[in-house]
Write a protein that binds this ligand. Sequence first.
Ligand SMILES: Nc1nc2c(c(=O)[nH]1)N[C@H]1C(S)=C(S)[C@@H](COP(=O)(O)OP(=O)(O)OC[C@H]3O[C@@H](n4cnc5c(=O)[nH]c(N)nc54)[C@H](O)[C@@H]3O)O[C@H]1N2
Ligand SMILES: Nc1nc2c(c(=O)[nH]1)N[C@H]1C(S)=C(S)[C@@H](COP(=O)(O)OP(=O)(O)OC[C@H]3O[C@@H](n4cnc5c(=O)[nH]c(N)nc54)[C@H](O)[C@@H]3O)O[C@H]1N2
Ligand code: SF4
Ligand SMILES: [Mo]
Length: 733
Amino acid sequence: MKVEPLKKQTFCRICEASCALEVSVEGGAVTRIEPRQNHKGTLGFACMKGLAQGEMYSSPDRVTSPLKRIGDQYEPVSWQTALQEIGAVVRAERQESPHRIGMYVGTAAGFSLLHPIFAQGFMEGIGSRNVYSSATQDCAHRFAAAQEIYGFPFTQPFPDLEKLEFLLILGTNPVVSKWTFLQVAHPVQRLKSILKRGGRIVVVDPRETETAKVAGEYQSIRPGSDVYFLLSFLNVLVGLRPPAETLDAQFFDGIEEVEALAGDWTPERTATVTGIAPGQLRDLVVAFCQAKGAAIATGTGLGMGGQGTLAQWLVEVIIALSGNLDQEGGHLVGEGIFDFAAYAKRKGLFARDTRSRVGDFRSLNGAMPGGILADEILTPGKEQVTTLFVTGGNPLMTMPNAERLRSAFGRLKLLVVTDIYLNETASLADYVLPATSPLERPDLPFVFPLFLGLQSIPYLAATEAVVTPPGETRDEATIYTQLASACGVGLFGSKVLQTILNGLTRVGLWRGRGFPQRWLLDRILKHNKAPAFNELLEHPDGYPLARTKSGSFLGKRVTTNNGKIQLAPLEFLAELGALVLPEDDTKTSGAFRLISKRRHNTHNSWTQNVASLTRGDNEQTNVAYMNPADMATLEVAPGCAVDIASAAGRIRLPVAALQTLEPGLVSIPHGWGHQHAKGLNIASKLRGANVNILASDGPDGLEPLSGMAHLTGILVTVTASSEPVNPNSWSGI
Ligand SMILES: Nc1nc2c(c(=O)[nH]1)N[C@H]1C(S)=C(S)[C@@H](COP(=O)(O)OP(=O)(O)OC[C@H]3O[C@@H](n4cnc5c(=O)[nH]c(N)nc54)[C@H](O)[C@@H]3O)O[C@H]1N2
Ligand SMILES: Nc1nc2c(c(=O)[nH]1)N[C@H]1C(S)=C(S)[C@@H](COP(=O)(O)OP(=O)(O)OC[C@H]3O[C@@H](n4cnc5c(=O)[nH]c(N)nc54)[C@H](O)[C@@H]3O)O[C@H]1N2
Ligand code: SF4
Ligand SMILES: [Mo]
């Protein structure tokens, strides 16, 4: 008799869409993943990556026991050996200075609730300021802007997709990325429903993206020029609607300053830099102002361009001055299961009062800019980073100046990587600690939806582990509790807490599991008077919550010192004051601007090892995309090798034609070039070059206000190569 597979309900923890999934399990293994059809929040949607994740976690390449590097090889060791040996080095280094111990927290950590909490607790116990995260590759600019304007880095007003009449999409491509800083599953359907009810969507991007096709309206912009575009937008807006007429002064400080701010930046003055005709810009602003509810969705294209904080600040100013903040159809401010902003203010969390040794950057959300990590390792001194933990990230692929970072990592006394794979960063590690995958642990939605209400359709959810963790893999709560113990520190600096957590972990491990994650998740819910974990499990289609309310933020939940929105922070005004219109440097022969590009089938550096995603009809490697006219000028046909060189480095790739890309640009997906990975048996054979070899690091290469890396709009030269692409090198050279 055929046994029917068990169908288990869970949600995807790869990206912010958090799609509800139905997982078939046979003989303890995942056999099929489907989207959950009637889910209230995720609407029966899931993408190809989410549906193929079973293959990623059951791969023979999965790391299932702790590994120790011996010479050039990795050998399995017991957890006890790994923890003891790591602990011994950390204790010795910490005696010299706690700042010698560093940590890089990657994007996969963010999608579990407990992983970042325990990793941060470990570093607080160590007492080191040298925490780095992938935020300075994607969103630190938003945090820096929000901290000054709203008093809390995580206060992130979001477009009210249900009600808006006009949506400007700037530097984000939600049809591929599935939205950012807001949970929106099924982006195509959601965008189409705006159009269906008569709304307008305009995409401003250097490429006529997949989102632009759905929106139907597209305006090209030169990479890195968003700040000039937004200044002129503000200039026109102030002319149309003087702020004094739209804003209630009791809620805002700095109205006059921002009114004056944009005075000189007429659309005529910025047109050459942005490539946007003044008439087009004026029409856009008029339409924006006439709409009953207008919003701006921004993403990494805005943040990685070198002036992300100023650009995001101007977006917030435009939303406020146009009367769209805290308004139906404009931008709403979500509410999580507790008031995170008020809590942080009470506890004094996230103050930016720690400064980096190199570059004198201020910490942001308890982290330093990733772009100074190589310098912190290479610059001699008592507080030089000698010991590094990497958790849920792959910095050698995703951070700027990959070659330099790689050589810096080679100088570390100890590198410990917690991952599910022996990726390229892990391939330099002294110890690799095997983590459970999302399908192997219970969870709640991550911090953004749960604590901040960053959801376009609010609901709550919980999930059990769907399958048992393989081999000796452990969840990160267990790993960081045990590492703290081995290093002689208490999580969050508390010996009492550490004793309790040690006891809980030991009992859990004795029962064959590990830290009682479900118990803690339930405690978090109960502490905040939210429904219990079990109750949430009874709602596989989502436990519905009320729609985010307009009028719930201004004068009520703003956590600046005086409770008012700070439209004109002094630091931002000063930075803006120093702004000069750049010269067009792409007129030099062979000079291009490099921009980023995401694809449906890959997730950062992370999914290239999944055969069904990167073989067959799916694109198998990365290429340099160019406009056909530029290819004709360079006399290169599709597939020909081109050399792309920047101030930081040089890579070689085959070229491919992309009509939707503006001339003068070259676009290269990131996350490729896996030739150095010892444990990615599929990805390492797929060729492709690591585009981040071209990005600069170091204090001068970063955006000063937030420490964001400059990963798009980079000035490069492109030349036809006389040599073929070298398939064995991550630069292609
Ligand atoms: N040029 C360029 N560079 C970019 C970008 C770009 O657009 N252009 N985008 C940037 C962005 S937005 C980001 S967020 C960063 C990403 O930067 P990173 O976070 O450094 O890189 P990822 O490739 O996302 O690496 C995630 C790692 O987590 C592992 N992993 C998966 N699940 C788990 C788990 O449950 N536990 C643990 N411990 N590990 C797990 C994966 O195997 C993978 O190795 O890259 C950035 N780099
Ligand atoms: N399929 C897939 N989905 C993902 C990821 C993935 O790697 N693959 N990564 C996830 C992660 S970690 C994140 S943070 C989110 C990011 O989500 P998004 O921010 O939406 O990321 P992208 O899709 O790269 O969109 C960036 C857009 O900015 C444009 N752009 C580039 N430079 C500029 C510029 O100077 N100005 C303007 N105005 N536009 C510019 C690009 O052409 C592109 O259309 O996506 C997440 N979702
Ligand atoms: S869009 Fe894809 S990767 Fe993102 S949560 Fe949904 S299924 Fe997972
Ligand atoms: Mo990201």
